[in-house]
Structures are given as structure tokens and as C-alpha cells.
Design a protein around this ligand. Structure first.
Ligand SMILES: Nc1ncnc2c1ncn2[C@@H]1O[C@H](COP(=O)(O)OP(=O)(O)OP(=O)(O)O)[C@@H](O)[C@H]1O
Ligand SMILES: [Mg+2]
Length: 254
């Protein structure tokens, strides 16, 4: 194996010179930026800026035409790895539509995630160990569903299902959690609780949140990367980027 590329200390993920075209349209255009080990980062930008495509590339769903995605202490290039391997390397992704098993209880869903066996039948056939139960309790507390463990997941509110999904991702202890538009469809109270969950999660891992809701982004209280036409347009505090004339022109001022 060749020596790993040098990466500045304190970098968990670095995308470098990434480009991808769909039918000749450049959705990601020489995109480069990096995320630190236990960093909260918000990504904002207009529709079609490439935010979701960035997540597709990092998770191995979309293969870029050019560039590298360097991961972890060894700066391993993730390009070419399949989605399962990237997930095992420590990258979890939350999709907008929750993938919880609606007929299973909150407890069973969390236990499946802890056991890393997303098969509703499996949970009937094993006797959970004490440490698994303790982990389920811990996760339930972290997502604010400790008093909902025996409820069928299908009965939960939209927000609660999203939190359960986040809990199921945290069960795998990812080093990086990618979250695409978590606030969509949530009430204000649910959005505030979601912020708390993500901020807590970001104390021990990196969390990257794509969101259009600026109040939500403000509450995350973190560095913001603005994407536009597949590249970084601006980066810095929310106050910094929202005063940037280019950002106002392409996104905020519309
Ligand atoms: N698999 C694909 N095939 C063809 N075009 C795609 C594909 N994925 C994304 N695109 C296009 O790439 C561009 C970037 O899309 P992307 O979904 O990444 O934007 P986004 O920043 O997430 O936007 P939004 O805020 O609306 O979610 C869009 O023009 C989109 O239509
Ligand atoms: Mg998107």
C-alpha cells in the first residue's frame, strides 16, 4: 500500500476536487472541503446546488467522475467502495423518509439497530444481552423516546419517527452522521428537539446537516458551508455567510 496522502490534523472527511455530471449537466463541480472529527457542520444552498449529491458521493451511492473522498486517520479514499463498506467504515446517513419498521415497537427497532440486524423476525429469536438492553435504553434517552419504548413505531408522530431513525443510526456509532433536511414537515417543537439531538450527537462524532430552514441552522450554532452549482460559494459562521453578497444573490435574496 502506498503512504496515505497527508491530511491536516483534525480532519475526518475531506472531499477533494470532486466532479460529477448527469447527462452532461455538472451537478458537482470541482468540490473541495473538509469536516473535522467531532464537528457539527451545516450545508446550505439553493435547490439543485448539489447538497444531496454530495451525500450520495460520500456514501458511495453515486460515483464521481473525478476527485477523492478521503476518510479517517489513514486518509483512505472511499471512492470505489460500495455503500455497505462505507457504512461499516463509520459513515451513517439519514434519509428524509424514515425507514423504521412500523409494526415493530420503538424498543424492537432500536434493538435491531443495536444488533445490526434489520430483520424484524430476528428480534423475536434472540435473547438480548444486558449490554444490548442498556444500549437501547441509552439511545432511547438520547432521542427523547424513553417513555415510548413499547409503542408501535407506526403510531409515532412524524418527528418521533425521525428521532427513532436517528437513534437507529447512532446505534451503529458512526464517526460521521449525514442528515438531509431533518426539519422538513416538523413542528417548531419537533425541530427544536431535533436540534438538541443532533447537537448532543455531535459532541462525540461529526454531524453534517443539510437544511433550508435558517432558524434551524442558526440553532445548530456551527460552521456553515454554502454550496452553489456544485462548488463551495462561501464558508464560515452563519452571520458571516449570510452577509456575503454572492450568497444573498443566489440563495437568500430570492
Ligand atoms: N441521479 C441523478 N440523475 C440525474 N440528475 C441528478 C441525479 N442526482 C441529482 N441530479 C441533478 O443534480 C443537481 C443537484 O441535485 P441535488 O439533489 O444534489 O441538489 P440539492 O442541493 O440537494 O437540492 P435540494 O435543495 O432541492 O434538495 C440537480 O440539478 C439534480 O436534478
Ligand atoms: Mg437535496
Amino acid at each position: 500500500m502506498s503512504a496515505p496522502a497527508t491530511q491536516s490534523a483534525g480532519t475526518l472527511l475531506e472531499v477533494s476536487g470532486i466532479s460529477v455530471s448527469f447527462d452532461g449537466f455538472k451537478a458537482i463541480n470541482n468540490l473541495s472541503f473538509s469536516i473535522g472529527p467531532a464537528e457539527m457542520r451545516a450545508i446550505i444552498g439553493p435547490n439543485g446546488a448539489g447538497k444531496t449529491t454530495f451525500m450520495d458521493i460520500v456514501t458511495g451511492k453515486t460515483k464521481p467522475d473525478e476527485g477523492k473522498v478521503l476518510w479517517g486517520d489513514l486518509s483512505r479514499n472511499l471512492i470505489g467502495m460500495n455503500e455497505a463498506r462505507i457504512a461499516r467504515a463509520g459513515i451513517g446517513r439519514k434519509f428524509q423518509r424514515p425507514t423504521v419498521f412500523e409494526d415493530q415497537t420503538v424498543f424492537e427497532n432500536l434493538l435491531m439497530a443495536v444488533k445490526n440486524d434489520r430483520n424484524p423476525l430476528a428480534v423475536l429469536f434472540f435473547k438480548p444481552k444486558f449490554k444490548d438492553l442498556a444500549k437501547v435504553e441509552e439511545l432511547a434517552a438520547e432521542i427523547g423516546l424513553a417513555d415510548q419504548l413499547s409503542r408501535k413505531s407506526g403510531e409515532l408522530s412524524h418527528g418521533q419517527k425521525q428521532w427513532l431513525e436517528i437513534g437507529m443510526l447512532l446505534a451503529q456509532d458512526p464517526k460521521l452522521l449525514l442528515v438531509d433536511e431533518p426539519a422538513a414537515g416538523m413542528t417548531l417543537g419537533e425541530r427544536e428537539h431535533t436540534t438538541d439531538i443532533l447537537k448532543e450527537a455531535a459532541k462525540t462524532r461529526a454531524v453534517v446537516v443539510v437544511e433550508h430552514d435558517m432558524e434551524f441552522v442558526r440553532r445548530l450554532d456551527c460552521k456553515v458551508t454554502v454550496l452553489h452549482e456544485g462548488s463551495v460559494l462561501a464558508e464560515g459562521s452563519l452571520d458571516h455567510v449570510t452577509q456575503n453578497q454572492d450568497v444573498i444573490d443566489v440563495y437568500l435574496g430570492r
